[in-house]
Structure formats: structure tokens, C-alpha cells
Write a protein of this length. Structure first.
Length: 449
């Protein structure tokens, strides 16, 4: 492909993408396939001779699209959102074209500097304390990681290193391995599995803190565990708080937990993967109060801030890979084309849609709401057995008209309805609910016979 063909194919691809996204709701949101479907559709080996672009693009509809779960369909309500916007896609093209590996300032000054400034913009949007801002002389600052999992791992490794140094300044004879075997980290029993994985990779113990009836960690419970562990000769060194847990979007009580972590010399990391984007709205910012006690904080603009994957920010200056893509370009384009007001409007609209869905559920006495609806996630279930709810979800998934995933809350099988796509509107919510109630009607009719 030379430059002339690239111009032509590039424009065609932009048209294909715009058509795909404009008409996405006509496609079944969830594929109708069995695992292993793809292997039989393409050769077992890479081609020896070059193939034509036309043949490849034909195979996109034949091979790829039938196997796509359409995350940007307005009928996609599963997991948490994957952000997407046209400015981010355009910036991603430019990022690919520049194609630098920005591992140092000299390797790409613009890549290095724009990231620092964009992370400051973001920190200011979230009203993070001054110590999180790089500024011109700051010691804080943010860095773009690929995922929240990486950010949590990095924070844990940094905390581990700090804890070893601290113990060795008091007792220089203690070996690193001796100290490591005594370190203990904590997180909520509602935390994402990536937090536990970070402890496994970091080779330290991790204890799960039981949550209250709103699925939040409280000071007293963490304190009790820390005291027990200290009495047993262990060294508590790290607590990962969650703001917006994956199952139910619950919020740990930072203002209680932060001072405890500071008193105990424990690093407090905050994982706000999904909920973090909402803190750009003043009405949701109080949920972040207590961040001033934290050592590090991460959230995923690629979940809810209209910046396409992969894009995760962690307010610590560290990363595992040497190379870095020029990902801050996406942020620069999105922030400038939406403005803070546009981004706030996006968050508020999606929260309002979640509230609309919540009202529909509450008005139907066959259903119950299972956790407080704070942002864009509604946890609900049919009053009745777990099996009944499992069967309802099975039918929803099989219908392929809407897509949801479940969670477990207090041992109960619960359906999660997350507002995901940028293009979801009220009529999609109404239609989704109509579909759920229709399937429920059929299910209950069958169950009563
Ligand atoms: N933390 C929380 C609270 C999450 O909800 C998720 C994913 O949904 C993650 C971490 C993992 O995110 P990532 O895929 O960016 O590692």
C-alpha cells in the first residue's frame, strides 16, 4: 500500500467505521456462535504471497463482524462502558502515524510533555490535591498505563519497595526476603480480581476486608484486621480502596480509611476504574473526598470519559514497559472537542438514564433493586430464587437483543444493567425494559404451569 492507496483506503475505512457505528443497533448485540468458530473460516497459515486489500476487507464482514460483541450498541448494558468518541478515534490514527516509542524525553519530546500536561488537566478536572499535579516544579503527576490492573500492580510494587526501605532504616540487618514474607496488603471483598492478582505477582499476602451492608469497607473492620496482623508479627503495608466496585458500584469510606492508613504507615491506593470519570462533575466529587490521604489513584478514562481504549491514568510516575505510545493525543483531542462541560453532560446523561431504568424496575413489584444506584449501574433481580434469575439472564443473552452480565451480591444472583454506549437514549432504555418484562412474563408463565 503506497501513500496514494492509503489515502483512498483510509477514506473508505472512515466511511466503513461511520456506517458501522451509525447502524450498529441493527446488528444483534451479542454474537450467535460457538467457541472456535473462527479457525475454520481462515487458513491455518499466513499467506506466502500478498493478498489484495479487497479480499481482506471482504473478510471483515465474513469472519470478524459475526464474532463481535458490539460494545457500542445502545443495547449493550454489560460490564462497564468502553469509552468511544470520534475525536479519540481520529487522534488514535495520528498516534499510529507518529508511531513513536516515547521512553524518554529525547525519544519524543511532544509525547512526553503532552502526557504530563494532559494528566495535569485531568487532575485539575477531578480537583485532585496539589501533590498529584506535576505542574512545573511538582513532585506528583500522572502517567498513562494500559489498564487499571497495571496501575494497581505498580502501586503495590512501589508500596512494597517503600515498606522494605522503611523497615530496613529501623533494622538494617533484616533481609529483604525476610521483610517480604511478613508484608500484608488489604482490599475490599468487593475489589476487582486485578487487586488480588497484583498481590500474587508482587508475592505478598493479601487479606480481603469484609464490607458493610452497602458493600463498602469501613475503618473499624480494616483496623481490626491490621491490629490482628501486627499482633501476629506481620507488617501491614498497603490498602487498595475501591471507588465504584465492579459488582455494584459501591464506595469505600476514604475519609475514615485514609487517616487509618496514614497512621499505620500503609500506602493507600484508590482504584476508581469506572467511577473516577464521574468526579469531574461537582455533584459527584464528594465521593472522592479523602483522596488527600492517598498515595496513588487510578481511573480509566477509557471506561467513561470518551477516550478509546487503552487509556488509564495513575497518579504515580511509574510504569512497567519501557516504550510508550503517544496516547495523550486522544485526551487532547477529546478534552478540546467536548470541553469539560461536554464531558460532564455525557456523565450526567448516563446517570439519568440509569435512574430512569431504576424507576422502571422499582415500579414493577416482581423485581427488586439490590444496591443503591449512585452512577450508571443498576443492580436488580426478580424476587425469587437464584435459579429463576439465572434462567432470565440466559433468555436475555439468547435473545441477543440486549446484553447484560450478572454479579453475586450477598450470595444472590443479580443482574447488572450498566449504561454503556455513548448513543444510548431513553427509548433504548424503555425498549430494553419492555424486552426484559416480556421475557419475565413468559418465564413466570412457564414456571407457574
Ligand atoms: N478495577 C475495577 C473497579 C474495575 O471495575 C475493573 C474492570 O471493570 C478493573 C479494575 C480492571 O480494569 P482494567 O481492564 O483496566 O484492568
Amino acid at each position: 500500500m503506497d501513500a496514494a492507496e492509503f489515502r483512498r483506503r483510509g477514506k473508505e475505512m472512515v466511511d466503513y467505521v461511520a456506517d458501522y457505528l451509525e447502524n450498529i443497533e441493527k446488528r444483534p448485540v451479542y454474537p450467535d456462535l460457538e467457541p472456535g468458530y473462527l479457525r475454520s473460516l481462515i487458513p491455518n497459515e499466513a499467506p506466502l504471497e500478498p493478498e489484495s486489500y479487497e479480499d481482506i476487507i471482504k473478510d471483515v464482514e465474513r469472519v470478524i463482524m459475526p464474532g463481535v460483541t458490539h460494545w457500542h450498541s445502545p443495547y449493550f448494558f454489560a460490564y462497564f462502558p468502553a469509552a468511544s468518541s470520534y475525536p479519540a478515534m481520529v487522534a488514535d490514527m495520528l498516534c499510529g502515524a507518529i508511531g513513536c516509542i516515547g521512553f524518554s524525553w529525547a525519544a519524543s519530546p511532544a509525547c512526553t510533555e503532552l502526557e504530563t500536561v494532559m494528566l495535569d488537566w485531568l487532575g485539575k478536572m477531578l480537583q485532585l490535591p496539589e501533590c498529584f499535579i506535576a505542574g512545573t516544579h511538582g513532585r506528583g503527576g500522572g502517567v498513562i498505563q494500559g489498564t487499571a490492573s497495571e496501575a494497581t500492580l505498580i502501586s503495590l510494587l512501589a508500596a512494597r519497595c517503600k515498606a522494605v526501605r522503611r523497615v530496613q532504616t529501623i533494622n538494617a540487618k533484616k533481609s529483604e526476603s525476610e521483610i517480604l514474607s511478613k508484608l500484608v496488603a488489604y482490599t475490599s471483598d468487593q475489589a476487582h480480581s486485578s487487586v488480588e492478582r497484583a498481590a500474587l505477582i508482587g508475592a505478598v499476602m493479601m487479606r480481603k476486608v469484609p464490607t458493610d451492608n452497602r458493600y463498602a469497607v469501613r475503618r473499624e473492620m480494616l483496623k481490626k484486621m491490621v491490629e490482628e496482623d501486627k499482633a501476629a508479627g506481620l507488617i501491614p503495608f498497603y490498602f487498595c480502596a475501591t471507588l465504584g466496585t465492579t459488582p455494584s458500584c459501591a464506595f469505600d469510606h476514604l475519609t475514615e480509611l485514609g487517616p487509618l492508613c496514614n497512621e499505620e504507615n500503609m500506602w493507600m491506593h484508590i482504584d476508581a476504574a469506572y467511577a473516577g470519570s464521574a468526579f469531574i462533575c461537582p455533584e459527584f466529587r464528594p465521593l472522592l473526598n479523602g483522596v488527600e490521604f492517598a498515595d496513588s489513584f487510578n481511573f480509566n478514562p477509557h471506561k467513561w470519559l470518551l477516550v478509546n481504549f487503552d487509556y488509564m491514568t495513575a497518579a504515580i510516575h511509574w510504569q512497567i514497559p519501557l516504550g510508550r505510545r503517544f496516547r495523550s493525543l486522544k485526551m487532547w483531542f477529546v478534552f478540546r472537542m467536548y470541553g469539560l462541560k461536554g464531558l460532564q453532560a455525557h456523565i450526567r446523561k448516563q446517570v439519568a438514564l440509569a435512574k430512569e431504568f431504576e424507576s422502571l424496575v422499582r415500579a414493577d413489584k416482581r423485581f427488586e433493586i439490590c444496591a443503591e444506584v449512585v452512577l450508571g449501574l443498576v443492580c436488580f433481580r426478580l424476587k425469587g430464587s437464584n435459579e429463576l434469575n439465572q434462567e432470565l439472564l440466559k433468555r436475555i443473552t439468547k435473545s441477543r437483543e440486549i446484553h447484560l452480565v450478572p454479579c453475586q451480591l450477598s450470595g444472590r444472583f443479580v443482574l447488572r444493567f450498566a449504561i454503556c454506549a455513548r448513543t444510548t437514549e431513553s427509548h433504548h432504555i424503555q425498549q430494553a425494559w419492555q424486552h426484559i418484562t416480556q421475557l419475565t412474563f413468559e418465564l413466570l408463565q412457564e414456571a407457574s404451569h
